[in-house]
Design a protein around this ligand. Structure first.
Ligand SMILES: [Zn+2]
Ligand SMILES: [Zn+2]
Length: 369
């Protein structure tokens, strides 16, 4: 039995916008049945971490919290109960896992709507106070607590910690968005709005899914170059084109119709309007990146006249975590996922990592607690 300390170092937000503090947080000495304690090996940094830290998320967050939510951990100890992952694989001490937010399986949204990501009793990592049991809700910490109701997926041996961590948020959100779209047809042209981590990963998944053509719109050029490596047939720089030029480019690639599918990952409210212009009549628009509190105005008659299907995709259920890891495991030798991983930071360098993330100086940095 490995020695388990009584406290874990963790990066804590006590006041929005203030420097993040490295504190000692209790490690529960008793685990609930079905819970797992992990030693966090890595946690990638996400735009949502910046928004939470800055207090600009549209959801209300009660402080203090441990920052970070894209983590991969190695099992240190498990509570009583079945020791299997979400797809039935046996779990052992020392296995690497990623884990999901919880859903209760006994509310309207879980059972009638069958939408566990909307569960009204969901508990979400990074969003719960760190001064109450079981404390270890965030990824920028030495240890992490997997709640009994949380999905957990064993990480395939050929998937690195870097790629496993981004599978637990960025890529699972993309996998969920593909599910929300009901997949992508082989004749369909997909426009991806955004060349951040989600946009890049969506480019790869859309291409592998068989899209006829994938057009990725974003900036800067270095990220668009990665989009091309990930399978984009065409990239369009938002820094070097006007919205009208971009609409023209997409029309030119679609016999004047517009894209069959648009996927939004920018987080800029104004991008929603552009998406409505880029999409063809009868097309599908999945909106994923809009998590801030910003607003925009748009012409609702476009939804009617183009008979659009506008879909929201929030987070991802356990199957999206599994699909994300499976996708990486399957395609890591042909898609250079590592090109989107930027720097590695220690836990006590978290403020540097977050500042650089805020300034868009990083694509996907990782913290090694
Ligand atoms: Zn994230
Ligand atoms: Zn529920």
């Amino acid at each position: 039995m490995t020695h388990i300390p009584s406290v874990s170092r963790a990066a804590v937000v006590r006041n929005f916008g203030d420097p993040i503090l490295i504190e000692e947080v209790p490690i529960p000495s008793e685990l609930e049945s079905g819970a797992i304690l992990t030693r966090i090996e890595m946690c990638s940094v996400c735009g949502t971490d910046v928004h939470l830290w800055q207090g600009s998320l549209s959801t209300k967050v009660e402080l203090p919290v441990i920052l970070g939510h894209e983590m991969v951990g190695r099992i240190v100890t498990m509570g009583s109960g079945p020791q299997r992952d979400t797809v039935g694989l046996p779990l052992r001490i020392g296995d690497r896992i990623t884990w999901s937010h919880t859903s209760c399986n006994s509310c309207f949204f879980c059972t009638v709507a069958q939408e566990p990501t909307l569960c009204q009793n969901a508990r979400r990592y990074m969003y719960e106070r760190m001064d109450r049991f079981p404390y270890l809700f965030g990824g920028f910490a030495e240890y992490g607590y997997v709640l009994p109701e949380a999905g957990r997926v064993r990480v395939p041996d050929n998937v690195s910690n870097e790629l496993a961590s981004l599978s637990s948020c960025a890529l699972r959100s993309v996998m969920n968005a593909i599910d929300v779209l009901d997949g992508i047809g082989v004749t369909e042209v997909v426009v991806v709005q955004g060349a951040g981590p989600l946009g890049l990963l969506a480019t790869a998944v859309a291409k592998v899914s068989g899209a006829r053509r994938v057009i990725t719109i974003g900036a800067p050029d270095a990220r668009l170059a990665i989009a091309a490596e990930f399978g984009a047939d065409e990239t369009i720089s938002v820094e070097q084109t006007s919205p009208e030029e971009r609409t023209e480019r997409v029309r030119a690639a679609t016999s004047g119709r517009g894209a069959d599918i648009v996927m939004e990952f920018t987080g800029h409210p104004q991008a929603f309007n552009e998406g409505l212009d880029l999409i063809r009549r009868g097309g599908r628009y999945v909106v994923v990146g809009q998590l801030g509190s910003g607003t925009t105005t748009f012409r609702p008659s476009l939804i009617v006249s183009k008979q659009l299907r506008i879909l929201g995709s929030l987070s991802g259920r356990a199957k999206a975590y599994w699909k994300a890891l499976d996708f990486i495991s399957m395609h890591k030798d042909t898609i250079p996922f590592d090109h989107m991983i930027s720097r590695h930071y220690r836990l006590d360098e978290v403020n540097t990592a977050m500042d650089r993330m805020k300034k868009y100086a990083e694509i996907k940095p990782v913290i090694e607690p």
